[in-house]
Design a protein around this ligand. Structure first.
Ligand code: ATP
Ligand code: FE2
Length: 330
């Protein structure tokens, strides 16, 4: 049987276990999201949620995949970036499974995992990547052994921006999907700060301005609509600039905000107008999931990147462009 990897994701809200084979066929994904009753994330409460839920998610994934533990060839986990207590919850479970099953332990960068699952599903070998999620907003291209961040947010991630705005408008986490529905009822394009600096973007000015308009009585639907149009135009612009600079045509989207239909449509229109294409994975593969960790773990293990338990510390601030990706060489 082909090599099978189990992957554990626990960087932030989502605890997830995925099982994937070496052709990127997803045999199982079992996930559960911690939803704060109000406001933003509490790292310790989210970590407690993951500690409570992960053992059952491991069992559920194995049952869904219809395999026995001894058929699993490696255990991958998200090493960073993320919240320390949440990362440690997943890493602890991964270490236990690795020791118990006597299988290699493989650390995976969460951002690279979003990129790699999107890339393999796209079938494109070397696309430009727009990684748009809660904590991260980056335009990425591979060059000389690393994923290079060509442009990124200078303050908060696009998803955190949407979540904070939605909570400010009276909603609860996660804000992105709710805001997308609300935006469909909007029609009046309100004036909001458009903040692009070369290939970088910033969102905190738009957050302040949108909340101020809300306080003055602007309709929630118009705000949602205007924020989506403005923020996604910013992302589309920096992606187009990166395509022009790096002489590429096609764009692959990844990360939770890549679920958004308006973002997909705007980037598609831009890419097609340049003679290229846009690919976005199915939504369960855009949001945080264990399958992307398992798939990247498969690439990493084949490239020899397993670590002993003693050297498997989590790295809450690990950066995309510092992670070696030897599987992409050659
Ligand atoms: P990362 O650690 O990669 O920054 P994350 O922990 O925030 O990621 P993801 O699952 O990658 O987790 O992304 C979650 C984000 O995606 C949330 O901010 C959520 O509001 C946003 N999101 C999900 N669906 C949509 C949507 N349809 N439209 C816009 N945003 C969305
Ligand atoms: Fe993520």
């Amino acid at each position: 049987m082909a090599m099978v990897i189990l992957g554990i994701e626990s960087t932030a809200h989502t605890a997830s276990v995925g099982i994937v084979d070496e052709t990127a066929h997803v045999l199982a994904v079992a996930s559960d999201m911690y939803r704060p009753p109000s406001g933003g994330i509490h790292p310790r409460e989210a970590a407690n949620h993951h500690v409570d839920l992960l053992p059952g998610l491991v069992r559920a994934a194995i049952e869904t995949a219809r395999i026995r533990p001894r058929e699993i060839d490696g255990v991958a986990f998200a090493q960073g970036p993320g919240l320390g207590p949440c990362l440690r919850a997943g890493a602890t479970v991964a270490r236990m499974l690795s020791l118990t099953w006597e299988r290699p332990l493989v650390p995976v960068n969460h951002c690279v995992a979003h990129v790699e699952i999107a890339r393999v599903l796209s079938g494109l070998d070397d696309p430009m990547l727009l990684y748009a999620s809660g904590g991260n907003t980056q335009v990425i291209a591979y060059a000389r052994g690393r994923y290079r961040v060509l442009g990124e947010t200078l303050d908060i991630g696009i998803g955190n921006f949407l979540d904070k705005l939605w909570i400010g408008l009276g909603g609860t986490f996660p804000g992105g999907p709710a805001l997308e529905l609300e935006a469909r009822n909007g029609s009046d394009l309100l004036d909001l700060p458009y903040s692009v600096h070369g290939m970088d973007v910033a969102f905190s000015g738009m957050l302040t301005a949108a909340l101020a308009l809300h306080a003055k009585g602007a309709a929630r639907a118009d705000l949602a609509y205007s924020v989506e149009v403005t923020a996604y135009a910013m992302l589309t612009e920096i992606t187009e600039r990166a395509l022009a600079h790096r002489q590429r045509e096609s764009v692959v989207l990844g990360g939770g905000v890549a679920c958004n239909e308006r973002l997909r449509a705007m980037v598609r229109t831009m890419a097609e107008s340049r003679g290229g294409t846009m690919f976005a994975p199915p939504k369960p593969m855009c949001v945080d999931n264990g399958a992307m960790i398992a798939w990247t773990g498969n690439l990493a293990l084949k490239a020899g990147l397993e670590v002993p338990v003693e050297a498997s510390a989590v790295e809450p601030r690990q950066r995309t462009d510092l992670v070696p990706t030897p599987w992409r060489a050659g």
